[in-house]
Design a protein around this ligand. Structure first.
Ligand code: CMP
Length: 143
């Protein structure tokens, strides 16, 4: 079964959206395999966003993602990576459809509430970056 790394960003945590977002993923039928509230350090932020390193917004992105706690999660389900991105909506909330998390809960591209892995390779990389094996519940143990 496919897994994706999903993270509620500092704006989402600050605005009290953890429960709302958890509910959306649970109601869709996905299974939570791991979750933690954590403060990202600069080095982890730079690693996580390495693909954006050359972009002009990179320093602001790192500053924003380290500006407060994030809520990191691993979700599992059929077609999890693509399905999560459908639930989340377009990167720019102005273009995200109503009914999606960003469409309903965000207004700014730079503070778009939530991150979801964009490919199986990113999911594997990001899960390993944020979680140790013992922090994740094995498939079949909580579903
Ligand atoms: P996400 O796709 O989760 O990860 C990269 C983030 O960079 C993206 O969300 C946006 O929040 C942010 N981002 C992408 N493009 C821009 C931009 N042009 N200006 C500011 N932030 C951006």
């Amino acid at each position: 079964m496919e897994q994706s790394f999903i993270m509620i960003k500092p704006d989402g945590v600050r605005r009290g959206l953890i429960a709302e977002i958890l509910t959306r993923f649970q109601q869709k039928g996905f299974t939570l395999r791991g979750a933690k509230l954590m403060q990202m350090e600069q080095a982890l932020a730079e690693q996580h966003y390495a693909e954006h390193k050359e972009r002009p917004f990179f320093p602001d992105l790192v500053e924003f993602i380290t500006s407060g706690p994030v809520f990191a999660m691993v979700w599992e389900g059929e077609g999890m990576i693509a399905e999560a991105r459908r639930l989340i909506g377009s990167t720019d909330p102005a273009e995200a459809a109503p009914g999606t998390i960003r469409g309903d809960l965000a207004v700014k591209k730079s503070e778009n509430v939530i991150h979801g892995s964009d490919s199986p390779e990113s999911a594997e990389r990001e899960i390993n970056l944020f979680f140790q094996k013992h922090e994740l519940i094995e498939t079949g143990k909580n579903s």
